[in-house]
Design a protein around this ligand. Structure first.
Ligand SMILES: *Cc1c(COP(=O)(O)O)cnc(C)c1O
Length: 399
């Protein structure tokens, strides 16, 4: 008799992932470069906090890696998003379009500014915000005002911005999104927290809009422990971002003089030292993660009723998290249970943000695709170390 689907999936992972490496977390960092050296050097220098050369070096490396003209390193990705919204003058009672299927930070950053997230649906082709559906939704409910942002005719509020998020590293259809946003007069802020190293039509995620946020949390493709960055095209906006992230303090040898309500959001030098080492490893990390994704795709080809999500056309994904999509939503719970029992720390997607108590009252478009994905998607263990030739294999070989 043919084993059931959860058993076949578990067997597939047993064949594919290096043995004796369990339990297998969803995503673990790897420190195989100069991490110890640079962090030690930072400690030796005594400059561990909010001033130091590693912050400047890390920012230069980020700008270089993404092609964004300016990078401002901050304490985490949520702070980076919040700063973007502040820089875009998003404030009280503005509406900001965000995907319903995203990490909570995307919506929280909007709420921090007193603005209201307005949830829109996901594209099955990218797992990110669907620009065609966004356009349809705006036609249904918004009043277009040439030269200004549109108004939500049901709430009377201004719709000021949209935050596309590159889900699991897969780029949103940005050309179409920017076309729709320009037509309606809406600012685009990229949530590229998951997408460092991904490309869209040859351009890097994080450089596809005038403003973007990155995250270097411990579970992201590279980490600074905790950290994030704002990527900006405009020099003046970048200077303002630096100013706001350092309590809006005017430069002076001793006086405490602040000219705005700023934040204590600057990345500490110690974290930046780790970041300088990690970003040198990014090409290796990307290669490992591609290999792992390829292996998942090859192995799951033989199992009917499941599919491993592969990058959208004209994109190179960083494959931050691999995603298995089940044909039958009734299999999601049994698959999650069987995999956890076997030591694979797999996850369903986030709950749709519009279903959480604090955002339940917010406006939302119809969300059929996001709802379907919520019930059929399972993220697979995706650490770079699990790739052939990754750290796990290396351990095997030497032990
Ligand atoms: C990780 C992440 C963030 C930011 O997270 P921090 O933990 O604050 O660095 C924001 N948006 C998305 C989609 C993320 O995955």
């Amino acid at each position: 008799m043919m084993p059931d689907l959860p058993t076949r999936i578990v067997d597939c992972l047993k064949d594919l992932l290096p043995p004796d490496h369990g339990p297998y977390p969803l995503h673990e960092p790897t420190f195989q470069g100069r991490e110890w050296e640079l962090v030690r050097d930072c400690l030796d220098s005594g400059w561990v906090s909010s001033v130091g050369q590693y912050v400047d070096r890390f920012e230069a490396a980020l700008a270089n890696a993404t092609g964004a003209p300016h990078a401002v390193a901050v304490v985490n990705g949520t702070a980076a998003l919040h700063l973007c919204l502040r820089l875009a003058d998003i404030g009280r009672d503005h509406e900001v379009l965000v995907p319903a299927l995203t990490f909570i930070a995307t919506a929280n950053a909007v709420a921090y500014q007193g603005a209201i997230p307005h949830f829109v649906d996901t594209s099955p082709a990218t797992l990110g915000l669907d620009p065609d559906k966004l356009d349809e939704h705006l036609q249904d409910m918004a009043i277009r005002r040439p030269g200004q942002c549109p108004i939500n005719q049901h709430t009377g509020r201004e719709i000021k911005a949209v935050i596309p998020m590159h889900t699991f590293g897969h780029p949103v259809a940005m050309d179409r999104l920017i076309e729709v946003s320009e037509h309606w007069g809406i600012t685009v802020i990229e949530d590229a927290a998951e997408a460092l190293g991904s490309t869209y039509k040859g351009r890097q995620a994080g450089s596809l809009a005038a403003m973007a946020a990155l995250s270097f949390n411990g579970n992201k493709i590279i980490t600074t422990g905790g950290g994030g960055a704002v990527l900006l095209r405009d020099a003046e906006t970048a200077a303002r971002a630096r100013h706001l992230s350092t309590t809006a303090k005017n430069a002076h040898p001793w006086a405490f003089d602040h000219n705005d309500i700023g934040y204590n959001y600057r990345m500490p030098n110690l974290n930046a030292a780790l970041g300088c080492a990690q970003i040198q490893e990014l090409p290796k990390m990307l290669a490992s993660k591609r290999q792992l994704a390829r292996r998942y795709m090859d192995s799951f080809k033989n199992i009917s009723g499941v599919e491993v999500y592969s990058e959208p056309p004209e994109c190179t994904s960083n494959y931050w998290l691999n995603a298995l999509i089940l044909q039958d939503s009734r299999q999601q719970q049994p698959v999650l249970e069987a995999m956890h029992a076997a030591g694979y720390m797999v996850r369903p997607p986030w709950r749709l943000i519009c279903d959480l108590p604090m955002y339940r009252h917010c406006p939302a478009a119809p969300l059929p695709v996001a709802r379907a994905l919520q019930q059929t998607l399972v993220n697979l263990p995706s650490s770079a170390a699990l790739a052939p030739g990754g750290q796990a294999d290396h351990d095997q070989a030497v032990s």
